[in-house]
Design a protein around this ligand. Structure first.
Ligand SMILES: Cc1cc2nc3c(=O)[nH]c(=O)nc-3n(C[C@H](O)[C@H](O)[C@H](O)COP(=O)(O)O)c2cc1C
Length: 394
């Protein structure tokens, strides 16, 4: 199963996820008070209340695909199952969440007999929860118990698991099975022609509460936590407007006494990359031949951003410029990798010199690093971060 991406866990774990696409639309559409009821139970269990309209920062088109957990029932009995289908948005003037439960799921009877349900996220270290909950039925035994999950209840009595990283509670507004006579094309027809679990029932709930573990995140924090060094890119060139936005974010980084000790060259001409790579290949034939996926010397990126500083100074400022650009790129759905190897090649190879010259840096400036930029074709896990390096002097 694909690993989950949850902003609630990003703070602590550096999980992968995409930046919010829906939040602005929600914000415009909604002005509801979403949390009328007490949240004491969640807060006791380490959750902080969020307002999904403002704080939900995942990509709504991706969120359910990544798999979530649906739970319904009451204090006497409850059941949960993994869901990969669903929707979030606005309906009847309410912040709404829709889920789809097939006829034969054990969870269905709990959904049919409950006024509320919860949808929960888990972080990527808890992948086995969603896997187990999606492969086993509560009919055959208590899945939560088998996984060692702790059931707690919202103020409305809706069950959720304290191990979740995010809990969204919904009050049911509508439920109905799909009616085959209303299928408008063969997509649903084909789906149900061979689907032993039966037709899905659509459940639409109003979001009445949402809680995350730790502090609510925001889009900037998400971009920082999600950024990884990308070494595999799609061939698609990055749009000029995005490169321009990235560069603008870069030069908005702070610099000592606002000296802005940098010069930036955004390379959009792929022949520059290709020709330089041809030179590189001649010098590093063995290394290139070993790399089956080798497309170019900039970790296969379709675009690069070259940054130079005055010889012997400005590196700190240029470092802040780099991080601004990488976080901006991340927020635009792009990947980056800060490269030093190609810099050494450009500075040392006589054959590469014309390309260095073409970048046109001022005479007293020297190339410091090159950012590979492009649409990522891999989603690597975060490397472990050592939190012990941070000490708090209180
Ligand atoms: C990734 C994934 C996504 C799933 N999405 C759905 C879904 O949206 N709707 C559904 O009815 N079943 C879905 N399932 C299947 C149920 O989770 C699965 O049949 C589960 O065992 C049902 O448990 P239950 O019988 O205890 O209710 C999904 C399973 C997985 C692994």
């Amino acid at each position: 199963m694909k690993k989950n991406r949850f902003h609630a866990s990003c703070l602590a774990l550096g999980a992968k996820c995409k930046t919010c696409l829906l939040a602005p639309a929600f914000a415009v559409a909604m002005s509801l008070t979403l949390f009328p009821s007490s949240s004491w139970a969640q807060e006791e269990n380490g959750f902080a209340k969020i307002n999904v309209v403002e704080d939900f920062a995942d990509n709504g088109f991706q969120w359910f695909r990544d798999a979530q957990l649906l739970c319904a029932g009451n204090q006497e009995s409850s059941n949960a199952m993994t869901i990969g289908w669903g929707g979030i948005g606005t309906l009847w003037g309410r912040t709404a969440m829709t889920v789809y439960v097939a006829e034969k799921r054990y969870t269905k009877s709990f959904m049919d007999n409950s006024q509320y349900f919860t949808v929960m996220s888990f972080d990527f270290t808890q992948g086995k929860i969603l896997d187990y909950m999606g492969r086993n039925s509560g009919r055959d035994g208590d899945k939560a118990k088998a996984l060692g999950l702790h059931t707690a209840y919202t103020a409305n009595g809706t069950p959720y698991y304290t191990e979740a990283t995010m809990v969204i509670e919904c009050r049911l507004m509508y439920a109905a099975p799909f009616d085959p006579k209303n299928f408008k094309d063969d997509v649903p027809q084909r789906m149900y022609s061979n689907f032993p679990a039966g037709v899905h029932t659509e459940y639409i709930g109003e979001v009445v509460g949402a809680w995350v573990k730790g502090s609510p995140t925001n889009a900037t924090i998400n971009s920082m936590m999600e950024r990884r060094s990308i070494r595999k890119y799609k061939d698609t060139p990055v749009e000029h407007a995005k490169l321009e936005q990235i560069a603008l974010c870069g030069i908005n980084a702070p610099s000592g006494m606002n000296q802005q000790p940098w010069e930036i060259r955004v390379v959009e001409d792929y022949s520059f990359i290709q020709e330089l790579t041809d030179i590189y290949k001649k010098a590093h034939a063995e290394e290139v031949n070993r790399d089956a996926g080798f497309k170019n010397m900039f970790r296969n990126a379709p675009n690069i951003i070259c940054v130079a500083t005055p010889k012997g100074r400005g590196q700190l400022d240029a470092g802040m410029l780099a991080e601004n650009m990488m976080v901006a790129a991340q927020s635009l759905g792009l990947g980056t990798c800060c490269l030093g190897g190609p810099v050494r090649f450009l500075l040392s190879s006589p054959d590469a010199k014309p390309y260095l010259d073409r970048l046109g840096f001022s005479p007293d400036f020297e190339l410091l690093y090159i950012l590979a930029v492009g649409y990522p074709d891999e989603f690597p896990d975060a490397k472990p971060r050592d939190a012990a390096k941070v000490k708090y002097i209180k």
